[in-house]
Structure formats: C-alpha cells, structure tokens
Design a binder for this molecule. Structure first.
Ligand SMILES: O=C(O)CCC(=O)C(=O)O
Length: 271
C-alpha cells in the first residue's frame, strides 16, 4: 500500500494528498499538515532536546511502576549517559529484556508493550515544564487523560477504534523512539492512509477520523521512502474525557461501560 492512497478514488485523492505527503515526510521543525480537517500531523514538532526530556520523564514513570525484580535487574547496569550526550533518541531505551513488556492486551489489540495512565509528571526533570507547555498548546480542549504506551522492539498495535465510551472526540499522539508507521483504515469504504511517525512527531485524530477509521501501529513497513523495521517506541497519548452528560447517557443506553484496561498509577481503570 502506498502512503495516502485510497483504493476507492485513488486518482482524485492522490492529487489532493500528494502535496501533503511531501510535507508529511519532511522533517521541518514545526509544521501543521492535514489530509483531512480531522487529522493533523506535525512531523518535527519536538526538537531532540525536548524529546530527550519527554522520554526521560515517561521512562522514569513507567520504570518506577514495574515489579521490584525488574528494577533490581536494571540496578546493575552502567550509569546512564547524561541526556545532553544522547544524539540518537533510541539510545535512551535499554534492551527489551530489561522491561516488563506484556505479551498481549486482554483484547488482543496491543502486543508486547507496557503502559500507564498518568496523572502527574515527574518534578525533578529540568526543562520539563516548558516542554509540557508546548504540548498543551496543541490540545484542542481541556479535561484530558494521558497515558504512556511503550512498545517493545517487536511490539505492535492492531487495527482498532478506541472505546467510544471511555474518551471523547479526539486523540493526540506523540511519538518518541524508533519510527513506526500509523495506518488509518476507513470502516465505511476501503480508504487507507499510512503516515510515518518519526520521533518528535505529533498527530491528532478527531471526529470523523477518530470514529470512522481504525488505527494501527505497524511493526514493519515502508511508505514512500520512510521505512520502519520495528524498534522500541514510546507514545504519549492524550485524549479528552467524555463530558459527564454524555457518559451518563451511554451508561443508561448500554449498561456499564467496559473498555481496554491498563495499568494506572492508582490501580486499573477502563480506557
Ligand atoms: O501509539 C499510538 O500512536 C497509538 C496508540 C493506540 O492505538 C491506543 O492507545 O489506542
């Protein structure tokens, strides 16, 4: 499958999205691009120093929630390089065996991963507040929930639509680590898009793309010059919470809401 092509109306769509594709694969420092008003892609939103700060914060949170056996295993490793000396963001990950990756989500959608729902950021990472401020400026609305999702080198996310009973109309994803490919597949026709997600990129899916397209993160693949060969990737996923009125309506209509559950700081909760 080529990037941003549709098996339904390939030629018309191609003329519409080709210019976008060129921009999408460029690594400009900041650019907002869109092939649909409901999808926005920022290829180089976070600089390398910002990525290092975000990844250090996310790894610190995830690592501290792991079983003691894993924390002990990591203790014997040589000290980490100072952040300022890291030139390839992937160096920040330890080998896969040092992390407690789960084999599969209970619903089978996510393979080889660890994740955490996050309600606070570390307070001891220099520069973090200004990076978070840049991130927050991208959010379409307030009242959000954040979760970190760390894929192992061979981890992947199969096509799915996020539980509509567990979050609102938009999902923002920040990618850190190895470049992976995001695939969006329409549930209404055969339209598909592939978007490379290099480290530091941000994407936002909302409304029609959030509800009518399945998304997946591929382990391997190529799209117009961008290649993914697996590798560890950590995403920061931010979603808007459902307004209480909508939540109440859903509960009445469908009974209790169930969803993908994941490790939360204070326990497990539905997404
Ligand atoms: O990591 C990503 O970019 C997507 C994550 C995802 O599909 C999910 O959390 O439902």
């Amino acid at each position: 499958m080529a990037a941003f092509t549709s098996s339904r109306s390939a030629s018309s769509l191609r003329s519409l999205i080709r210019p976008a594709l060129r921009s999408l694969t460029s690594q400009s420092q900041f650019a907002g691009h869109s092939f649909s008003p409901d999808f926005t892609y920022y290829p180089g939103f976070f600089s390398l120093p910002e990525q290092r700060i975000l990844l250090a914060a996310a790894l610190q949170k995830l690592d501290s929630a792991e079983p003691r056996s894993f924390r002990r295993r990591r203790k014997d490793l040589p000290p980490k390089k100072p952040l300022s000396e890291i030139s390839d963001i992937r160096e920040m990950f330890l080998a896969d065996e040092y992390y407690n990756f789960e084999e599969g989500h209970y619903d089978g959608v996510i393979k080889r991963f660890r994740e955490m729902h996050v309600s606070s950021w570390p307070s001891d990472i220099e520069g973090l507040p200004s990076v978070i401020a840049r991130l927050q400026a991208l959010l379409p609305s307030g009242n959000t929930q954040t979760h970190f999702l760390h894929l192992a080198s061979d981890g992947e996310i199969l096509p799915h639509i996020d539980n509509v009973g567990a979050s609102g109309s938009w999902i923002l994803g920040i990618s850190l680590g190895a470049t992976r490919l995001l695939r969006l597949e329409s549930t209404e026709d055969k339209t598909e898009f592939m978007i490379p997600l290099p480290s530091g990129s941000v994407y936002l899916q909302k409304d029609s793309i959030r509800y009518n397209y399945k998304h997946s993160i591929l382990q391997r693949g190529s799209v117009d010059g961008s290649h993914s060969d697996g590798g560890q990737r950590l995403s920061l996923m931010i979603r808007d919470r459902l307004p209480p009125t909508q939540l109440a309506k859903l509960k009445t209509a469908k009974g209790p809401i169930t969803g993908q559950s994941f490790l939360e700081e204070e326990g497990r909760e539905a997404r």
